[in-house]
Each structure stands twice: as C-alpha cells, then as structure tokens.
Ligand binder design. Structure first.
Ligand code: GAP
Length: 507
C-alpha cells in the first residue's frame, strides 16, 4: 500500500518517467505532436485498462442496482440541443491580437497597480500556484519602471471574466507584456463539430460527444424497458469524450480527447436526494482509496449555490492534490430531473415511469458521479512515485525509483526472473511458470542483467512482486524467491501460495 503521505513529485519527473518507460507519449510526435492529445504506450495501456476494469467490476458487476451500456460517440445533434450543450457548453475566452494566442478568461488574472490610492497601470499573469505572488512582483516592477514614489498596495487579483469594459485595453497580454491587444471575453463552444454523410452543409452537422452522460439519458427508456431494473438504479458507461479545450494543460489532466467513467443513478422524485448524493460521494472516495490514493491527497469541494447550473441541486467534487495544485478529480452532481425532462420535451417521447405505490407517473431524478480515467491515471502516478536511497549488493548507496501502485492497477503484476540465463534448467522452469501465470495475469519475463538491476527495472514500473527461479527451486522443494516491491523483502514461496496471493490482492 502507498505511504500515507507520498512525497511530492514534480510534473517534469512524471512526464519523463512516462516517456522513458512507455506509459504515455505525445500524440503524432514524429510530426511535432498535437496539443491536447496523447497516446498510451504498452505499460500505460495496461494501467489504464486496469483502472477501467476495476471501476467496471466495482460499479457495475459487483452491484445489483447498476447496469452498463456503451453508446455511440456521435449522437443525433438534437441530443446536444436538448442537453444545453449547443447553446451553453462554452468557456469564456480572450484573444491576444498581437501574438494570436488564446487564453481562457477565467485562467487569466490581472490586477490594477495602486500606489498611494492612484492606479498607475495594470499587471497580468496566467493561473498557476503562484499567480498572486507573480502579480505582486509584476506590480513592484511596474512601480520601479515608472519611477513612482509612495506605498504600493497589495494586489487584488481578478480574472478576465470580472474585467470592466474600460479596463480591458489597459491590461497587458501575458504573451507580450503590453496592454492593448486583449479582446473582451467571448463564449467559445468546446464541442468538436463534424459532418455526417456526403454533404457538408448545416443539415449534416454533428458533434463528437463532450460527455458520455447523454448516452445514458437518451437510452434511459430503452434500458428501463428491457433491463429488468427498478428505481433506484444506475446506468454506467466508460468511453471517450472530446472537448476543444482552449488551454489543454498539465499533461493528461486537461486534454482534448479523454476518457470518462460516468454513472447516472436514477432515484424517485420524492427520494432524499441529499442522502443519496452523500452516499455516492462516500462510495467514490472509498473506491479511490481502494486503488491506492491516500487520504492525505484527497479532499472535497462543494460548489457554491450561486455558481451551480439552475437545475442543479448540489455538486461536490472530490479533489486531488496534484503537483500543480489541488484540482477536480471526480464530480458528483445532483441534477434533479433536468436531463430526462429536456429529452422528453425535445424528442416528444415520454420519459416518465410508473410508480406502483403511488400509482402515479414521474420523471426520475439523477445523481451523477462523473470522473475522467486520465485524471485518475495521473493521480495514481503522483501518489505512487517515490525515490529512495538503498544499498546495492556491494553496500553502495544508490537511488531507487519506485512506483508504489496498488496491485489492483499495476500494469505488470509479477516479473518472473531466472537467476541465470545460461542455465537451461532455470530458464525452462521460469518460462514454464511465466506461461501459467500469463493465463490469468499481466506478467513479464526478464532474464537479462544482474538480478538487482532487474528488480530496479520492475520497481520503476510498479510491479508489486518479482519471483526468482534459483537452484533451490530445481534441486529442493520447487519453491522460489518472492521479492516484494515496497519492503524489498524476500521470502521463499510455493507456486500455489503465489497464485493464492495474487488472487487475493489483484482482483
Ligand atoms: N457529465 C458531467 C461531466 O461531464 P465534467 O465535470 O465536465 O462533468 C467530468 O467532467 C469529469 O471528466 C471531470 O471530473 C474530469 O475528471 C473529467 N474531465 C473533464 N474534462 C476533462 C479534460 N478536458 N481532460 C481530462 N479529463 C476531463
């Protein structure tokens, strides 16, 4: 299990590890990459699949009240009109006319520079952990540059959505440092458009889905009528979503193509929604713990009432302490009956169901836990990464990089290592064990290099166990050495015991 408080790791270190060990590459890298898109390499794809599989078994297979579906990425464009995405799925953006750069208005901060009650100019900075400090430093620099005497007031940062029209021309662009080139914020719809069929006119416009959730709403009646379900019950889906983010950033945290795991939990209109909401927040937090995220990195954020969408009764985000700050990992929203009501109105197909007790029809209300696979991926890497000083065989101190991934999600569960590669009987036994393990688990066979080096290679990719086939295995009782990643302790183990251990820890 991971340390209660894992050491802080920089994004640079993580990105380098992901590249070096084949977890994640920039998409189309040979052409210079494409901003906001990533490829998962051989180890990354296994880790990601394990995250999905854990969620699916815990959310769908191990629950009696949740069923799964898989809906198409391109849906009827009316879905997105009814859901409000065509009109409202927009981020405010600001352009810099000089540099041609585009910024999200709520991530571009500015402040008037006030000396002895007089505004002497404006400073700006993009959102980081140090935004306020950067603005203060810039304010001091501006005061020096303008050679203004007197006491500088502490800056009061605001973002560009809060800028008054008369301020916009005075705020310097973060790209050029000069005022006069920023535009007022404009709504920028984040849905990717495409055309369906041979015609490319307005009638063929369609969208790549920006969330998987609408698939569950559009199919609600089909699932209800065929799925042998009754309220309360949930419909879950895992799949790709696409958003033309203005500023994709922080590696896979905010990208333009990503994967979501969403579940719509339909409850009675009279149900105690706040209690069900709380239960799902707790469920999601426990699930994150079960895949190795420590409490020290998790927190909750309740969206203030005045910032909620008009239909929303409450939204709580489970936050994770990433290297770039505490950010949303999992949103759990109480959406009322908004979505099904909208689809009923737009499609003309009734969405109400019959309540046997009250003999009345009602449109179910919804609690929606929605999370991104890629954000979980990044969170588990951040929490798992550690560097330690350890002694090698000769007693020299060396650095060990270790990913303390939970066995549930580690991309490789066991590495099988023959002690020597030039002893056919060791190699044969190791290959034989490897083959049998492979039927059930992702395993790795490695015979090259000193045994200590082979252990280190596995530590760096988070393999929880290594087994070494040595002479005792062949000459004595068939047992082999089991080496544990986190404690680095070694003990003898029989094959049946190894399978039992894996069965217990991996699923
Ligand atoms: N159906 C509700 C919905 O989609 P959201 O808060 O926009 O809500 C849910 O997205 C989750 O999807 C987020 O909590 C986050 O984990 C993930 N997510 C959203 N935008 C993302 C992006 N651009 N890149 C990676 N993950 C993203």
């Amino acid at each position: 299990m991971p340390d209660p408080t894992p050491p802080a790791v920089s994004m640079e270190t993580l990105v380098a590890l992901c590249k070096r060990r084949g977890f994640i590459f920039p998409s189309s890298e040979i052409y210079g990459g494409i901003n906001g898109f990533f490829d998962y390499g051989p180890l990354g794809v296994e880790l990601k699949k394990n995250i999905r599989d854990c969620w699916w078994s815990d959310m769908v297979r191990r629950r009696d009240d949740v069923v799964g579906i898989e809906t198409s990425i391109i849906m009827h464009p009316k879905v997105w009109e009814a859901s409000g995405h065509v009109a409202g799925f927009a981020d405010p953006m600001v352009d810099c006319k000089s540099s041609k750069q585009r910024f999200r208005a709520d991530q571009l901060f500015f402040a008037p520079v006030v000396v002895e009650g007089q505004v002497i100019g404006y400073v700006s900075a993009l959102e980081t952990e140090r935004t306020a400090a950067e603005l203060q430093e810039a304010a001091e620099a501006l005061k020096r540059k303008k050679a203004v005497q007197g006491k500088l007031a502490a800056v009061e940062p605001r973002d560009m959505t809060e800028a008054k029209p008369e301020e916009i021309a005075l705020i310097p662009s973060p790209a050029t440092g000069e005022p006069g080139s920023l535009t007022p914020p404009r709504a920028f719809n984040m849905m990717f458009q495409t055309n369906v069929g041979a015609m490319t006119d307005a009638s063929s416009v369609a969208y790549l889905r920006p969330e998987t959730a609408q698939g569950m709403f559009a199919d609600f009646k089909s699932v209800f009528d065929t799925g042998r379900v009754k309220v309360p019950f949930g419909i879950a889906q895992i799949g790709k979503s696409f958003r033309n983010e203005i500023t994709p950033r922080n590696f896979i945290f905010r990208s333009r193509e990503f994967e979501q795991m969403e579940m719509e939990y339909f409850i009675h209109e009279d149900a105690d929604w706040a209690q069900v909401h709380r239960e799902w927040i707790n469920w999601c937090t426990d699930w994150l713990r079960s895949i190795g995220l420590p409490d020290s990195h998790l927190s909750e954020y309740n969206h203030p009432k005045e910032k909620l969408a008009f239909y929303s009764r409450g939204t709580t985000d489970i936050m994770f302490r990433y290297p770039f700050g505490v950010q949303e990992l999992w949103g759990i929203a109480a959406r009322g009956a908004y979505d099904l009501t909208q689809h009923e109105k737009a499609s003309g197909v009734p969405q109400a169901i019959f309540d046997e007790t009250t003999k009345k029809k009602f449109i179910p209300h919804v609690i929606e836990p929605a999370v991104g696979v890629d954000r979980i991926f990044l969170a588990v890497l951040c929490a798992a990464y550690a560097e330690e000083d350890v002694k090698d065989d000769k007693g020299n101190v060396e650095k060990r990089v270790v990913l303390r991934l939970s066995p549930r999600i580690a991309p490789v569960k066991v590495a099988v290592l023959p002690l020597l590669k030039n002893k056919p009987e060791l190699v044969a036994r190791a290959r034989d064990l490897h083959k049998r393990l492979q039927r059930r688990y992702a395993v790795f066979y490695d015979e090259s290099g000193a045994i200590g080096r082979r252990y280190r290679r596995q530590d760096e990719i988070g393999t929880p166990w290594c087994v070494t086939i040595d002479f005792e295995t062949i000459e004595k009782d068939g047992s082999f050495t089991l080496r544990e990643r986190d404690s680095m302790q070694q003990r003898r183990i029989q094959e049946a015991e190894l399978f039992a251990l894996l069965d217990e820890q991996v699923f």
